[in-house]
Design a protein around this ligand. Structure first.
Ligand code: ATP
Ligand code: MN
Length: 438
């Protein structure tokens, strides 16, 4: 039973669930909201923040079921909670001081970059931070904090999310970047004004490592061009969030990302081995700092099932909004008006069609047109900005649609999209990303 009710004698329980919690300086209240009821919370006195974003005094905020977060106070605060939690406890041992120290160093570098002539491309470049570590080490959380603290100081750092498994900028299966202009709202997340998004189409990079690398490179190149002409964004730098896959190919992909984005600060969370490996491999690059940081004891581990659920919620949020405040549009398209492509895989060339000695391996970057069939039901497709099929690999995407019906007789496909009106392009990309509306 989630509620701690007190009986009134009439059989109707009174929900006495409000409580106050006093936070000492540099301590945090760690909360897991109950599974099926939201939690209201406010700051009664003092100051407190959630992952780097300060809370307005006395205003009630409503946190959805299952959310896991911490309310941290630098100088002490009293918090009031109304509703049920799965757990809530205060902790005074946190790595927050070491995190904010990193922020202070980054801030110094931003100031130096800003003061440098924009004609000097190196000196005018602010820190490019990449956050790495095993799964559930707090990478996404630390990325958010660094971005929010920077934004609070007036910087507009670029957030780059390379994690196709979770997706904090857009839906899973994508990599994306967006400037952060304000501290990240703990409830609303990152505002989705025109993020730069590339669709990979799967939630694990092992499905097509080559494609993943190509898209990371495209994203980096486009950002490089945008930043070259924007001194403000250049000085503010980047925070790059990565996947928790750090072994084997995962490690190789981390090195690839560090290299491709010219990262100059590598923050390693919670793993000695990864830290020493990266330090050794990067020691001949004197301009790259590899920094080891402690994982917070508050980070909650998530099972594969929970991750799957979180992915599904992210897709739901894309179409329906975080507070269920959007209504997606249902539209019908003729098969002939759409042109759907898959990257990699697909039918292999028959051995007889290949030069002697050649391998019959499918080209991971091969673009194959896809015939629409019933199997496409419940797939999430990306709408490419490509003008021609051969631009699909190098084009970012406008957004996503969700296939809700396929009528093979009438050759019509019904889909949900976040906005009304015609799709910005007829070129769609399909991967293995599916969703079941719940
Ligand atoms: P992944 O490998 O899946 O990307 P991650 O390393 O990015 O994981 P986070 O997503 O940052 O880890 O953290 C995991 C969960 O723990 C999140 O739900 C986050 O909100 C929660 N969390 C992080 N820090 C704290 C904290 N100090 N107190 C309570 N919850 C926390
Ligand atoms: Mn993460």
């Amino acid at each position: 039973m989630a509620y701690t009710g007190t009986g009134t004698g009439t059989g109707t329980p009174v929900l006495a669930t409000t409580k106050q919690v006093k936070l000492d300086k540099e301590s945090e209240l760690r909360i897991e909201v109950a599974n099926d009821t939201p939690l209201r919370l406010r700051v009664l006195s003092g100051t407190a923040e959630i992952f780097g974003s300060e809370l307005a005094p006395e205003i009630w905020l409503t946190f959805p079921p299952r959310l896991k977060f911490a309310v941290f106070s630098w100088f002490g605060a009293t918090i009031e909670m109304d509703g049920a939690t799965e757990t809530d406890y205060t902790a005074d041992e946190t790595p927050m001081v070491s995190y904010v120290n990193v922020h202070a160093v980054l801030d110094g570098r931003r100031n130096r970059a800003k003061a440098s002539p924009s004609t000097d491309p190196n000196a005018s470049q602010g820190p490019r931070v990449i956050v790495v570590g095993p799964t559930d080490s707090g990478k996404s959380t630390l990325s958010k904090m660094l971005l929010s603290w920077a934004a609070k100081q007036g910087w507009k750092p670029t957030y780059v999310d390379l994690d196709i498994g979770q997706g904090s900028i857009t839906i899973p299966g994508s990599i994306a970047a967006t400037p952060i202009e304000m501290p990240i709202d703990p409830l609303e997340g990152i505002p989705l004004e025109m993020p730069l998004v590339y669709f990979y189409g799967h939630t694990t990079p092992s499905q097509n490592v080559d494609l993943y690398k190509v898209l990371v490179k495209e994203l980096a190149q486009v950002l490089e061009r945008q930043i070259a002409g924007n001194a403000e964004s250049r000085a503010a730098g980047m925070v790059i969030n990565t996947m928790g896959w750090i072994e084997g190919v995962g490690y190789e992909l981390l090195l690839h990302a560090i290299d491709t984005f010219n990262a100059n600060v590598v923050l390693v969370l919670g793993q000695e081995k990864l830290f020493s490996m990266l330090r050794d491999v990067l020691k001949n690059k004197p301009n790259v700092d590899v920094v080891k940081l402690q994982k917070s004891g508050g980070v909650v581990s998530r099972s594969a099932k929970v991750r799957q659920k979180t992915r599904s919620y992210r897709i739901r949020e894309y179409f329906y909004g975080i507070g269920n405040d959007l209504s997606p549009h249902s539209s019908i398209a003729n098969f002939s008006d759409l042109s759907i492509f898959r990257v990699g895989g697909g039918p292999q060339a028959p051995k007889s069609a290949l030069p002697i000695g050649a391998d019959r391996v499918a080209d991971p970057l091969r673009l194959a047109p896809v015939e629409i069939n019933r199997d496409m039901l419940h797939l999430v497709l990306a709408v490419s900005y490509a003008q021609e099929p051969d631009q699909i690999l190098s084009s970012n995407v406008a957004g996503f649609i969700y296939v809700t019906d396929i009528d093979m007789q009438r050759r019509k496909l019904t889909y949900l999209s976040p906005a009304a009106g015609a799709l910005p392009s007829k070129y769609l990309i399909v991967g293995s990303l599916t969703w079941t509306e719940t």
